[in-house]
Design a protein around this ligand. Structure first.
Ligand code: HEC
Ligand code: HEC
Ligand code: HEC
Ligand code: HEC
Ligand code: HEC
Ligand code: HEC
Ligand code: HEC
Ligand code: HEC
Length: 506
């Protein structure tokens, strides 16, 4: 075989690493030289990357996967084992999870694979790659509505109109505002930042690096860590949305800050609400002394009040090892209702793919415009009761039934009230469309882009959602004057004023 330039670089890299490893060894036996069983391939990556991307290498070294081999992990009892395979693949069993294990995994499935110093490497490590060792989490995540967040938005013409009305550039001419369609860059910086982009290979580029010229793929929608990202191997989502690279820690995912990145705006204020709740308060005051790394996670010993993960995701055990709640990466099995109003709160959808939903008018919405649920696509009462019970089991670890019953009775009342307040606003927008003061669906126009339409959107998207989430997660401050009931009532008055100012009388 002829050895071309790339091949020489590769040999050089290996020699370079051996030298570096040796130096580290002489210098105190720390770092890579002391780490257990790194594969030869990963050692080659490290040889260059300790210089090319030192932050990535040090981040990886701090993570559990740089210290644990699948084989060692299998020795732990199932309840504290952090992998979910029965038997690790032979080649991967006795080495830690290094650069090559992830970035060359399933190379043939990755459209983003590229020749990189003798290896077929891909940049975008996906749920499909993690599934080799974590199949349970990946399967469950596939059932999570989050993994569908890209397509639920982009595959629904009505939701896309909402995106267009939010992001498109407006220009003013002849007493008219015209709004252009947003471009992909803009979308990647707006809705798709959280929902996820579509990552595709758009060609190759040559970059000059400290190790010489190299070819790299040009990726669209990159960078992105959205929960429903469409990956170049066809899989959905990014595990790094909650387990940031390259530590991929459980600790980070269990802390509420992780969720705050996407669950904070007036449409989705779970974090803000949690932050002012008693639970969030206890976390802020006492959380510094809690153990966020233990598996299993023991109530009372490791933590004393719930974080987002405790109520929505975690496996929680008691001091004597009884499992109070099973871990779930799908989350919906604890959610009876979809509080997020589209445009009303409603029973949770049956499928995480919400693009299949049609109401009786044929609109891709889970309720009628007047609020009645599109029941065919939503879970029934029996399933709702089951999910409520699963959630309540978590509460009941720290509260008595009376406390919990009282809480959910209030939430139900709030759901009814906010739906009714949204209906009042909807009746006004229907009147505005009917009388021709705004152009809506019947005129085949964007129903979200005119002044009164934006008021209507704020009613259900901001104020009703905020009030409901404040009730569900006991952050009362947000349910009243901050984006809450005050604005629900004021907004209805403002909408009526707008109609009257056009001369609408009845
Ligand atoms: C000969 C040195 C060398 C070797 C060996 C090497 N890399 Fe790299 N790699 C680099 C350099 C230099 C870059 C460019 C960094 C930059 O863009 O600033 C890079 C970039 C990358 C990227 C990012 C590509 C992009 O476009 O974002 C990934 C992923 C990567 N390497 C993974 C690996 C893996 C996995 C291995 C081992 C299988 C490996 N590398 C081996 C030098 C090397
Ligand atoms: C929405 C945030 C979120 C996303 C996205 C997410 N996780 Fe997790 N993950 C968590 C939380 C929270 C925990 C802690 C669960 C617990 O306390 O029992 C966790 C725990 C884990 C664990 C440890 C399980 C154990 O046995 O201790 C693994 C492995 C894991 N996740 C893998 C993944 C993989 C693979 C993906 C992508 C398919 C993923 N996670 C996506 C939040 C997330
Ligand atoms: C457990 C799997 C895993 C391991 C081990 C791993 N990576 Fe990654 N790597 C990822 C994921 C996931 C991403 C980010 C993709 C995303 O954002 O969804 C990533 C991203 C990257 C990137 C692009 C990030 C950027 O900011 O440009 C580089 C470069 C990279 N990894 C190099 C390495 C190197 C070098 C090592 C070894 C020290 C390594 N990776 C080990 C999974 C892994
Ligand atoms: C900061 C992160 C973030 C951004 C940016 C964002 N969203 Fe969302 N979106 C969320 C979250 C979180 C949810 C789920 C809320 C819940 O269930 O309570 C969601 C859910 C949705 C849903 C429900 C989809 C379904 O059928 O399940 C729609 C529609 C939606 N968003 C539209 C948009 C539009 C349009 C934009 C851009 C104008 C946007 N979002 C920008 C975080 C975001
Ligand atoms: C080759 C097998 C393998 C692959 C591939 C792999 N992991 Fe792991 N992972 C492990 C092992 C081994 C552990 C440690 C298990 C233990 O300690 O019980 C682990 C632990 C974890 C944990 C728990 C970390 C902690 O702090 O407790 C998370 C989260 C995780 N992996 C996420 C991921 C994600 C995300 C991917 C894909 C980007 C991935 N893993 C790919 C083998 C793998
Ligand atoms: C990168 C952004 C992002 C992060 C980080 C994130 N989420 Fe989400 N989450 C979303 C989006 C977007 C949706 C809605 C997807 C849809 O409706 O299509 C969602 C949906 C949800 C839902 C489901 C709502 C339903 O009715 O089914 C829950 C619960 C949730 N997230 C909780 C969390 C928790 C807890 C964390 C932190 C451990 C977290 N999320 C981290 C973006 C994110
Ligand atoms: C005390 C337990 C608890 C804590 C802590 C908690 N939640 Fe919730 N969450 C709930 C309950 C209960 C609901 C309402 C469930 C239902 O009715 O379906 C809910 C609803 C939600 C929803 C709405 C889903 C939908 O129906 O649209 C999201 C998103 C969410 N929580 C995210 C979070 C995030 C992010 C955090 C942390 C910042 C958090 N939660 C903290 C219990 C909790
Ligand atoms: C890990 C323990 C724990 C779990 C789990 C838990 N809570 Fe709490 N909760 C507490 C503590 C501690 C307080 C503070 C009590 C006090 O004020 O002294 C509290 C307070 C509350 C309050 C009163 C808020 C206030 O400001 O007055 C409500 C309501 C509540 N919890 C409901 C719930 C619900 C509903 C769930 C389940 C979805 C739940 N909790 C889960 C520990 C927990």
């Amino acid at each position: 075989m002829m050895c071309d330039l790339g091949c020489f670089k590769w040999i050089f890299a290996r020699m370079g690493f051996a030298l570096l490893g040796g130096l580290l060894f002489l210098g105190g036996g720390m770092a890579m030289a002391a780490s257990p069983a790194v594969s030869d391939d990963s050692e080659t990556c490290l040889g260059c990357h300790v210089g090319a991307t030192p932050g990535i290498v040090s981040g990886w070294k701090k993570g559990r996967m740089a210290r644990m081999t699948p084989e060692t992990a299998m020795k732990n009892p199932p309840v504290s084992r952090r992998i979910s395979i029965d038997k690790p693949p032979e080649k991967l069993a006795a080495v830690v999870v290094g650069c090559a294990e992830c970035h060359t995994m399933n190379a043939e499935k990755h459209k983003d694979s590229f020749e990189h110093n003798g290896y077929s490497v891909h940049v975008v490590v996906t749920p499909g790659d993690c599934a080799v060792c974590h199949p349970t989490e990946v399967d469950q995540y596939g059932l999570n509505i989050m993994s569908h967040a890209y397509s639920n938005l982009q595959g629904n013409p009505l939701f896309r109109s909402l995106g267009d009305a939010t992001n498109g550039l407006q220009t003013f001419e002849n007493m008219k505002i015209t709004q252009a369609k947003p471009d992909p860059q803009m979308e990647g910086d707006a809705c798709l930042f959280c929902h996820g982009t579509k990552v595709e290979v758009k060609g190759m580029t040559v970059r000059d690096t400290p190790d010489g010229e190299m070819d790299f793929p040009l990726l669209s929608g990159w960078p992105n860590r959205g929960v429903g990202r469409i990956n170049p191997d066809g899989t959905r989502g990014s595990c790094a949305a909650c387990h940031t690279r390259h530590g991929f820690s459980i600790e980070m995912a269990r802390k509420p800050y992780t969720c705050s990145e996407c669950h904070k705006g007036p449409d989705v204020p779970a974090y803000k609400v949690y932050n002012v709740s008693k639970h969030g308060n206890i976390f802020s005051a006492l959380g510094g002394a809690w153990q966020f790394d233990s598996v299993p996670w023991t109530l009372g010993k490791d933590f004393t009040a719930p974080t987002c993960a405790v109520c929505h995701i975690s496996m929680v055990v008691t001091d004597d090892g009884e499992i109070l709640s099973e871990r779930t990466h799908s989350m919906s099995n604890r959610l009876p209702l979809r509080l997020f109003g589209l445009i009303y709160a409603h029973p949770s959808p049956k499928s995480p793919d919400t693009t299949v939903i049609r109401n009786s008018q044929g609109l891709p919405l889970p309720t009628e415009l007047t609020g009645e649920p599109a029941t065919k696509y939503l879970i029934d009462e029996k399933e709702q009761a089951k999910r409520l019970q699963t959630m309540e089991k978590v509460c009941l670890a720290c509260h008595a039934q009376g406390w919990v019953d009282g809480h959910f009775a209030r939430l139900n009342k709030t759901v009814q009230y906010t739906n009714d307040m949204s209906l009042t606003a909807t009746n006004m927008i229907l009147a505005a469309w009917k009388k021709g003061y705004a152009k809506g669906l019947a005129q085949q126009d964007n129903p979200f882009d005119e002044a009164i339409e934006k008021m209507w959107v704020q009613q259900w998207l901001f104020y009703a959602n905020t009030t409901r989430l404040a009730s569900a997660m006991v952050g009362a401050d947000y349910g009243v004057f901050a984006d809450g009931r005050w604005f629900l009532s004021k907004n209805n008055e403002d909408m009526l004023d707008w109609l009257k100012s056009r001369g609408v009388r009845n």
